[in-house]
Design a protein around this ligand. Structure first.
Ligand code: BGC
Length: 513
């Protein structure tokens, strides 16, 4: 069997190059363990293993029971991805009971999903749609009746199109009030049964894809930074949207804490994408560039949420295009996360790019003054290189820089290309190798005192994969999108994860499953 975990060599390279970014403890030099079992992690509910999805990517039923389009429907229907869209997706809206049964068969302890705002409040504000509420209530009850903990995201890239049309969605301050009202409805209707709320999924990626490059909904950008832009300004809007996202998050959290938390006993946080950020060379310039990349990519959200303000390097390089917090806003945003959701897939190598700061017109990358390079890129097979040291670096950084707040790894998983042969599609050994390596790396980080409370594979099943393109899949379960019934099949990775969750050790023996 081919094995590709991150070896001592790559851990060492990473560690040598990252000293300026975080103080790395010598224990990080140890490679991720590949001999572990469920019992090596704290038991649920102190630590949960799950898998995830998002509303637009799995539900389908796009025009049913009162749902109206979100910005993601509009984006998908603009032809960016040929004739593909999420109108039907996995049809989980109708198949949720059988999907929960698959989760039970797999042994999932928790399931992460998101709530479609335009399904619950079709015009973005105003009347609540009882059928939308009924769907999520039933899903939550189905999960709980099988002992699966629901982890719920309020925004996974799909605000109602009505609000985008009315005032420009996230670029307007008006969204703070509407988002808070939507959150209020969700807390009121579902909060008695939800232990973990996340306000925003991958907020940092959303604002860059949606407002700088224009490659994610709502597709806003300006030339030369993006093409086919649906209006926008890449030099300012990512910063404005981020500011409004932080204020909307903080406002929803304040409401939750004042009105619900004492009786519902849940926790609330925000989720970002993280990269292991490694200087390309050991030059001082690249090391400084890696620090800036950390400030721009992670600190953009984490610094306000933990310390109440944007990182100094951002204030310096972005200047007046970076909105500032009033003292009141800063107080509201600071400390507004009970935990952080971290999505993690890959390591990025950072190269200093001093010339970019001399340009008259700069977008986010220009302001960062650094290039983010993926050293190996995506492998020809469509897979990500396997580098769990990157996750260990992120967690170490959290510990050292942000005071070790509780974190949940909400997305981690391997991308594979669709394969014409069913056997090849189901035999996803590279996904198992990836998960094994990252779970081993996570265990190592936890042994080094990282405060991690959960790990979720992305994704539970194949879904409408807008970001990486329709050829790519992440699912533990394969969904045959050509089959009228959208039949689900367990992949090797589903069996492997299930064995682990049911108590078998992850070691060579398991490879003969
Ligand atoms: C997103 C998911 C997406 C995944 C793989 C993450 O950025 O949260 O919605 O499916 O990446 O592309």
């Amino acid at each position: 069997m081919r094995r590709m975990g991150c070896h001592g060599y790559c851990v060492l390279i990473v560690v040598l190059h990252v000293v300026a970014l975080v103080r790395v403890s010598p224990a990080l030099l140890q490679t991720a363990t590949s001999d572990f079992s469920r019992d090596d992690f704290p038991p649920p509910p102190r630590f949960v293993f799950g898998a995830g999805s998002s509303a637009y990517q799995v539900e389908g039923a796009a025009f049913e029971d009162g749902r109206t389009p979100s910005i993601w429907d509009t984006f998908a229907h603009s032809g960016r991805y040929g004739d593909k869209n999420g109108d039907i997706a996995c049809d989980m809206y109708h198949k949720y009971k059988e999907d929960v049964q698959l989760m039970v068969d797999t042994g999932l302890e928790a399931y992460r999903f998101s709530i479609s705002w335009p399904r619950v409040i079709p015009n973005g504000r105003g009347p609540v749609n009882p059928k939308g509420v009924h769907y999520y209530s039933s899903l939550i009850n189905e999960l709980l009746s099988h002992g699966i903990q629901p982890h719920v995201t309020l925004f996974h890239y799909d605000i109602p199109q009505a609000l985008e049309d009315e005032y420009g969605g996230w670029v307007s301050r008006k969204i703070v009030k509407d988002f808070t009202t939507f959150a209020d409805v969700c807390f009121r209707e579902f909060g008695d049964r939800v232990s973990h709320w996340t306000t925003m999924n991958e907020a940092n990626v959303f604002v860059l894809g949606g407002y700088d490059k224009g490659v994610f909904p709502p597709g806003r950008c300006s030339s030369p930074f993006g093409s086919n832009c649906a209006g926008g300004n890449s030099t300012t809007e990512p910063y404005i949207a981020t500011h409004n996202i932080l204020l909307a998050h903080a406002s929803a959290v304040r409401l939750y804490k004042e009105k619900y938390q004492a009786k519902q006993h849940g926790l609330i946080g925000l989720d970002i994408l993280t990269y292991g950020l490694v200087p390309l060379t050991n030059s001082t310039e690249d090391e400084k560039a890696a620090e800036r990349a950390h400030d721009f990519f992670h600190g953009w959200f984490l610094n306000p949420l933990v310390f109440g303000d944007y990182p100094e390097s951002m204030k310096r390089n972005v200047g007046s295009r970076l909105p500032s917090f009033t003292p009141l806003q800063s107080k509201l945003v600071k400390g507004s996360c009970d935990f952080f959701g971290l999505n993690h897939y890959r390591t990025m190598y950072i190269k200093d790019d001093p010339g970019s700061l001399n340009m008259n017109q700069r977008d986010y990358l220009g302001d960062m003054g650094a290039q983010m390079l993926s050293k190996q890129g995506i492998l020809p097979t469509g897979e990500f290189p396997i580098d769990p040291a990157g996750l260990q670096i992120v967690l170490e950084n959290f510990k050292e820089v942000y005071g070790n707040p509780p974190v949940i790894i909400y997305e981690n998983g391997q991308m594979t290309f669709h394969n014409a042969s069913l056997d090849a599609t189901l035999n996803d050994t590279s996904r198992v190798e990836y998960l094994e390596a990252f779970m081993g790396g996570l265990l190592q980080a936890m042994r080094n005192e990282s405060n991690v409370k959960g790990y979720f594979v992305w994704s539970f099943m194949d879904l409408f994969e807008l970001f990486a393109g329709p050829r790519s899949t992440f699912g533990l379960y394969y969904v045959d999108f050509d089959n009228p019934d959208l039949k689900r099949y367990a992949r090797f990775s589903a069996h492997w994860y299930s064995s682990f969750l049911k108590g078998r050790r992850i070691n060579q023996y398991l490879w003969h499953y």
